[in-house]
Design a protein around this ligand. Structure first.
Ligand code: 5RP
Length: 274
């Protein structure tokens, strides 16, 4: 397609986040302290990022991490998906009361390839968080920055097709360029409901390597462009083995069983992150 038909800046940044070669991505989510403070696997966030960054396609993280936890020698080596909403903590039962916390100018200054906004559909702050998303899209698109919408589920929301497809489709309709959601049964229906907007899947709570690989495999086979995975990588006993195995599932369509061989082959050098 000729460039003149494209929204060039947006497309160029999306190409840095999702490989145009295979339309797949392994995003590494390291944004958890923004609402849960000290997090297992991220107590030395600089070390976690330095160890895992070479293996991801894009790092989803926060302003604080970009400022303080990405060492100068690797800064700029991978695109950043900058989280730009927050304002709550795990100390409060209701997590949905978020606002935009980072301006688009700051995101541009930090060379973000995209910005991420959480929406809490069905929560008491549904409208506020959808408007956070649309406000950020209105601003970011002026500068050619794609917005990723995160369908956050808080502590109580169901993770079934009905809920996740509803939340994801609302994000697409608002103008999100990438949607991050959770895997569920009949996931292909969610992907179809949001097409052609790319969908990435969050990892969720740390489970086990075979389970997380199975989830990643089912997601991409159902049409997701990849994962935006955090705890199932950096909280694993073998984080490098895990991210390499996830890459094999996402980029090479390896089965979880085949990918486990890659995981095991790295077990000797495994280094658990604190
Ligand atoms: C969910 C988020 C998280 O902060 C995080 O990115 C999730 O990653 P994982 O579930 O794989 O640890 O965006 O709202």
């Amino acid at each position: 397609m000729l460039n003149s038909y494209l929204d060039v800046g947006i497309q160029s940044r999306i190409n840095r986040i999702i490989s145009p070669k295979d339309n797949r991505t392994v995003m590494l989510a390291i944004d958890h302290p923004y609402f849960q403070g000290p997090t297992t696997g991220l107590h030395d966030m600089s070390k976690t990022i330095k160890m895992l960054m070479p293996y991801c396609d894009c790092l989803m993280t926060t302003r604080g991490a970009v400022r303080h936890n990405i060492s100068a020698d690797v800064l700029g080596s991978k695109p950043i998906m900058l989280r730009v909403t927050g304002g709550n903590s795990v100390l409060f039962e209701e997590l949905s009361d978020e606002r935009i916390t980072v301006t688009i100018k700051e995101a541009i200054r930090m060379d973000a390839a995209g910005v991420a906004v959480s929406v809490f559909i069905g929560s008491p702050n549904q409208q506020r968080t959808i408007l956070n998303l649309t406000d950020m899209i209105n601003e970011a698109e002026e500068y050619g920055i794609p917005v990723l919408a995160v369908t956050a589920v808080g502590k109580t929301m169901a993770r079934d097709l009905r809920y996740l497809a509803l939340a994801s489709r609302i994000c697409q309709d608002a103008g999100a360029r990438i949607i991050k959601t959770y895997y569920c049964d009949e996931f292909d229906k969610l992907v179809k409901a949001c097409a052609p907007t790319p969908v990435v899947v969050a990892g969720g709570k740390h489970s086990s390597a075979p389970e997380a690989l199975e989830m990643a495999y089912k997601s991409v086979q159902a049409g997701a462009v990849g994962v935006d995975m955090g705890r199932n990588i950096f909280q694993d006993d073998n984080p490098i083995g895990m991210i390499k195995a996830v890459r094999a599932v996402v980029h090479d369509n390896m089965t979880p069983k085949e990918a486990m061989d890659i995981y095991q082959s790295c077990a000797g050098e495994a280094c658990k992150l604190e």
